[in-house]
Design a protein around this ligand. Structure first.
Ligand code: C5P
Length: 242
């Protein structure tokens, strides 16, 4: 299985992102645009990026009522982004509406290509106590309690839904999800090349380990954006994934 490299453009100014993209010209990577860059650069900048031939993962983690999320997903798809994210805790009805609206938008030719929808399960910033204390109302309904129970609950929701093609998952979860669901696209952050500082990531995995655990793509930010030679760092990671 091939494992793709996603470079997280975690910048507060688009010019900084543009400089990195220029430095990486010609390398086979996908650029992740998250909330921070999106809020400053905007949808038209993302659209210009895809029009210039770059592959984009628009990571805005939508979470709202089904109507709002499904309309936002169609607007996100108009940027030409190949991947986008939403919270699986929005539920099956939200996923149903997203699927229907994307189909309608394809038929009406509002969008030319259908993006791959990736689900976010439990944010990795949650600790077990927080999760149980704050989500216990859900636990009562579903019988799901721990973070890992919840992640598997969401993985089955993602797998069973035709409108969802994959999930964002931590290095800790990827192997178990891959074993159970061989066809989900698994996007894995928390990656550090050998010898890189882990920053605030609590559990990190090397690119080669993530590939062996079954990652479809790895997401790497600071080891590239803070590198003295980003191009060399990216080439090294691509070598590890080859
Ligand atoms: O700099 P670093 O490689 O830690 O960046 C990882 C990227 O992946 C960031 O954009 C971060 O928001 C994102 N991410 C993450 N952990 C998650 C989900 C997303 O680190 N569970």
């Amino acid at each position: 299985m091939t494992t793709e490299l996603v470079v997280a453009l975690d910048y507060n100014e688009r010019t900084k992102a543009e400089l990195l993209i220029e430095q990486l010209e010609g390398l086979p990577v996908i650029y992740k645009v998250g909330l921070e860059l999106f809020m400053t650069a905007g949808a038209s900048w993302v659209q210009a990026l895809t029009a210039s031939g770059q592959r984009v993962f628009l990571d805005l983690k939508f979470h709202d009522i089904p109507n709002t999320v499904s309309q936002a997903v169609v607007q996100a798809a108009k940027t030409g982004a190949e991947f986008l994210t939403l919270h699986l805790s929005g539920g099956k009805r939200m996923l149903d509406e997203v699927d229907i609206r994307l189909q309608e938008a394809m038929i009406a030719q509002e969008i030319m290509e259908r993006p791959r929808v990736l689900g976010v399960s439990v944010l990795t910033s949650f600790h077990e106590e927080d999760w149980i204390a704050n989500v216990s109302h859900m636990a009562k309904v579903t019988g799901v309690r721990t973070i890992s129970d919840s992640v598997f609950h969401f993985a089955s929701l993602a797998h069973d839904h035709p409108g969802v093609q994959g999930m964002v998952c931590s290095p800790k979860e990827v192997e178990m999800i891959r074993i159970k669901y061989p066809h989900l696209y698994l996007m894995v952050p928390g990656i550090r090349p050998e010898g890189s500082p882990s920053h605030d990531q609590s559990r990190v995995t090397t690119p080669a380990e993530a590939k062996n655990l079954g990652a479809s793509a790895i997401v790497v930010g600071r080891p590239i954006t803070q590198s003295a030679n980003p191009r060399q760092t990216v080439e090294m990671i691509l070598g590890d994934l080859a």
